[in-house]
Ligand binder design. Structure first.
Ligand code: ZN
Length: 138
């Protein structure tokens, strides 16, 4: 992976092939006015195929969102064209305002100012439940 084209920014690597657009949308990258590149179906020795997103700006990423969509992603931070930091993403224990509870009887439906909080209840099956009504996220 050639990151030379980025001076200061972020490279989101090892995205499961096909999930690049979801990552892009959920992170709200469409609202950025800096260059953003989605590279799809890159050959990967480890994964067969993968997607990569390059953001040519020093932005704050919500790593919880990334972990929720696709644990296994690596985030590379580039400064002055050099790799300065590398983070492996894992499933977050809690999700705050990443997904919304779909249960119409949940308190978050009536109490609009409440945070939507989900807790990881099964790491293996990647199950998250609303902390208020325990309905599963999806
Ligand atoms: Zn709920």
């Amino acid at each position: 992976m050639n990151v030379d084209s980025i001076k200061n920014g972020i490279v989101i690597d090892h995205i499961t092939a096909g999930l690049g657009m979801s990552v892009y949308n959920l992170l709200g990258l469409d609202s950025l006015d800096c260059p953003v590149a989605i590279i799809k179906n890159v050959a990967s020795r480890k994964m067969g195929r993968k997607d990569i997103i390059k953001v040519d700006a020093d932005i704050d990423l919500n790593l919880d969102i990334l972990g929720y969509i696709d644990p296994g992603i690596t985030v590379n931070y580039i400064k002055n064209s050099e790799l300065v930091d590398k983070k492996s993403i894992e499933l977050p224990e809690r999700l705050v305002n990443v997904v919304k509870c779909k249960n119409p009887r949940c308190i978050t439906t009536t109490e609009q100012e409440l945070d939507h909080v989900f807790k990881l209840t099964d790491r293996e099956k990647r199950v998250y439940r609303c902390i208020y009504c325990e309905v599963q996220a999806k």
